[in-house]
Design a protein around this ligand. Structure first.
Ligand code: PMP
Length: 446
């Protein structure tokens, strides 16, 4: 073994030399440089506390699984194992099951995408899609252009693969075409190599906005002209409250777009099934990268998704989800108006998230421990920017708690915001940022 060749600590022969690392991690100096760039997501760090029953979590993007017919799904799973267990519990194809890929093309047709099952690669959630795309395109120092703010899980992948992320602003209609153009021009002038644009066009995580129909061809045209590939990440496209899905960017430019889809939000994330659709040559590389990482996606999960699509009213279920999420969105917006009128926010018309701008002088990151102490959790805006900016914002998600819990959570948040505002009023913004969690009374979360 490798560590037998290095100088051993004489008294404890099986322990690597402490001088090479630290007491907490003796292998600290052995990691690849990229491992040092990895960080626990701000969401993950919070999960342990935020999932305690006394805390109202407005933090995670967990879908409302309680809305599914779990008994019937359980019976479906039982039948898959009993009747087709020899396939379900076996290894499968690296590209994914052909029948499921055919069904996926029908799901995508709802967003005007025309694709052949051969174009589809089944992934372990769209998160793995993000990873394999980044794996095959990014060398250290390559540039990825992404919205400001951007999905924290994508930023984690980009950071791990040592990309430089350059953010482009959005407004209520999504990514701003003129800002994208300007950014690409200045990156080119600086001699930077832009590998792709990462975008979440529908019900954005975390900003809640949707790229308007008018802007879609403009974004595609700008990227095409600059020779920049588009990575379209679309887990929420079918979860609009008031309108039919807009055409996917992929439908406008099959050769210029890699599309990522997921069953996590329209069915259930526990199966970990998503997919990628890519131009032909890219698809082959994606399959190789996926096989190297996972050999094949889970047959069991794929067969469950297939059976669900065949035997359940999945479109009716999506409609029911949309109604449930709309009710929760209304509860959150109503509570914000009532309890935190000093903040501003967008009103999302689909998806899971409200992006809240705090009153001047408040810092969402430093305020978070005090919020958790007050038994409410959110994600600080800093999680969604590569450079850690965004402290003036927070992401609130309304997907998981009931409307009553959402109202209670926002009410608790209001007490924290009010206390912060008072501190800022008396001592200035710096005082608010330097407070610690201990300053806030916490009878049951000591
Ligand atoms: N992309 C976005 C924008 C997301 O919000 C999420 C989940 N929160 C993912 C990708 C990953 O989803 P999954 O791997 O479950 O498909």
């Amino acid at each position: 073994m490798a560590w037998q060749t290095v100088r051993m600590n004489e008294s404890t022969p099986n322990v690597p030399p402490v001088t090479e690392g630290t007491r907490l991690d003796p292998w600290l100096n052995s990691y690849a440089a990229r491992a040092h760039r990895m960080r626990a997501s701000e969401i993950r760090a919070l999960f342990a506390v935020a999932s305690r029953p006394e805390v109202v979590s407005l933090a995670g993007g967990m879908p409302y699984i309680g809305g599914l017919p779990l008994g019937d799904i359980g019976e479906m799973m039982r039948r898959i194992v009993v009747e087709r267990g020899e396939v379900a519990l076996q290894y499968g194809s690296g590209q994914g099951d052909e029948y499921l890929r055919e069904q996926i093309t029908q799901v995508m047709a709802l967003e005007s995408i025309v694709a052949h099952p051969d174009d589809v690669v089944v992934t372990t959630g769209s998160q793995q899609g993000l990873d394999i795309v980044t794996n095959i395109f990014i060398d250290p120092g390559d540039v990825i252009v992404a919205e400001a703010p951007s999905y924290v899980g994508a930023l984690g992948v980009f950071r791990a693969r040592e990309a430089d992320v350059v953010h482009v602003p959005m407004d209520a209609d999504g990514l701003i075409p003129s800002a994208l153009e300007e950014t690409l021009v200045s990156l080119k002038a600086a001699g930077r190599r832009v590998k792709f644009l990462y975008t979440v066009p529908n019900y954005h995580n975390p900003a809640g906005v949707t790229l308007s129909a008018e802007r879609r061809p403009q974004i595609v045209e700008i990227c095409h002209r600059h020779g920049v590939l588009i990575l379209e990440d679309n887990p929420y496209g079918l979860l609009g409250f008031d309108r039919e899905p807009l055409p996917a960017l992929r439908s406008l430019s099959p050769e210029g777009v890699i599309y990522l889809g997921s069953f996590s939000k329209t069915f259930a994330p526990g199966y970990r099934v998503g997919w990628a659709v890519a131009p032909h040559a890219v698809r082959e590389k994606l399959i190789l990268a996926s096989e190297a990482a996972i050999l094949s996606p889970s047959n069991m999960s794929q067969m469950a998704i297939s059976a669900y699509l065949d035997h359940f009213d999945w479109q009716g279920q999506i409609k029911a989800f949309r109604e449930q999420y709309r009710e929760r969105r209304d509860a959150m917006i109503g509570a914000l108006q009532e309890y935190i009128p000093s903040a501003t926010w967008n009103v999302p018309d689909g998806g899971f998230y409200v992006w809240v701008k705090l009153p001047e002088g408040l810092d969402s990151k430093s305020m978070l421990p005090r919020a958790v102490t007050a038994r409410v959790a959110y994600v600080a805006g800093t999680a969604f920017f590569m450079d850690g900016s965004g402290a003036g914002h927070m992401r609130l998600s309304y997907c998981y708690p009931t409307p009553d819990r959402i109202r209670e959570g926002v009410k608790r948040l209001a007490t924290v915001v009010d206390a912060e505002l008072e501190t800022v009023r008396i001592f200035g913004a710096a005082a608010s940022a330097s407070q610690t969690a201990v300053d806030f009374p916490a009878p049951d979360l000591a």
